[in-house]
Design a protein. Sequence first.
Length: 100
Amino acid sequence: MAKTVYVDGMRVFKPHANAPDFVKGTLLITVNDLIVFAKANEQYMRDYKGAKQLPCQILSNDNGDLSITLDTFKPSNQDGGSEPQGAPPSGGDVGSELPF
């Protein structure tokens, strides 16, 4: 099992007791801390439409407290893409493979 890496610069809190139902929580971002963390963890960056993204997960513990962790999962395909195994290849004429 991979070690849990908590994201520096991001803190998440449960909603205030008087908050309306549509409020699910509060996220506080300390920009400078997050930038330092992102630069230190560039190996986990993913590319999406030419933009670098840092994949994170919001987790809750047994007490219901929330935390933000770094998603360190690396896809097993060699090209580094994020398409799931068995997915049709990107691009190309997919319509020519249809049976009708």
